[in-house]
Design a protein around this ligand. Sequence first.
Ligand code: CO8
Length: 258
Amino acid sequence: MAYETILVEQRDAVTLVTLNRPQALNALNSQVLKDLGAAFAAYDADPSQRCLVLTGSEKAFAAGADIKEMVEKEAADFFLEDFFSGWQSKVVATRKPWIAAVAGFALGGGCELAMMADFILAADTAKFGQPEIKLGVAPGMGGSQRLTRAVGKAKAMEMCLTGRMMGAQEAESAGLVARIVPAADLLEDALKTAATIAGMPPMAAMVNKEMVNLAFETGLAQGILTERRLFQILTATEDKKEGMEAFVEKRAGVWKGR
Ligand code: CO8
């Protein structure tokens, strides 16, 4: 598959996707969404691929939705195209795990895209922000909701109202990112982390992802009940039998993916 705005490579069981519009600091236009949608769908459908890393450049993960694409559009265009809805249906809908490896700017849609990942690994150079207010708009790809859930109302509100950026240290202490890595080691660390996930029983990885996401969608009692049911379903897999037998026999498990 030929992509215009991203680079895709497979490293064993890990798919590496690199945003590749350096002239626009990886601004997210419709072609990027089309390319990412196709790459994520291919990843989800390929049993040989078990984790994905999405990254940008040293300077920018992504500096936002493409302002030059939006400048001439009118409200009716945004509404009739249901602009930005594809990010939910093509990227968030991915069932297998993926990590955002963020260096440099992750602003507006770039911050929102990073927050769609299962978790964010940040270079010490990462800068997160929702500066849409400065353009007379507001987040449109989930930022006001995901940022608030990640860092709480005070920081999210301050960032959305002032457009200020949050550095990597603050992002880590606020709970937006899983870990900070020196910029030079970001990709290697992200690929290593992805390889660890890729080495896990694949169905268990998908169910663990679904369970954690459930915490954002349901109340506690319903979430705990659904967790228990999903756990019970996993116990019917061949990989559950293999995983527990391998532990007892003091050897590594060999996964069938079912
Ligand atoms: N869109 C399009 N082009 C961009 C974007 C962007 N978001 N960001 C940067 N670029 C382009 C610049 O225009 C420039 O292009 P050119 O060389 O042709 O002039 C090139 O990338 C390099 O950028 P700069 O020269 O500005 O680089 P600097 O290092 O000086 O500055 C910044 C870097 C601070 C990141 C700066 O580029 C910037 O502020 N960018 C915009 C950040 C922003 O506002 N992002 C939010 C965009 S809106 C959004 O994401 C969601 C909108 C929701 C709207 C909902 C409507 C329905």
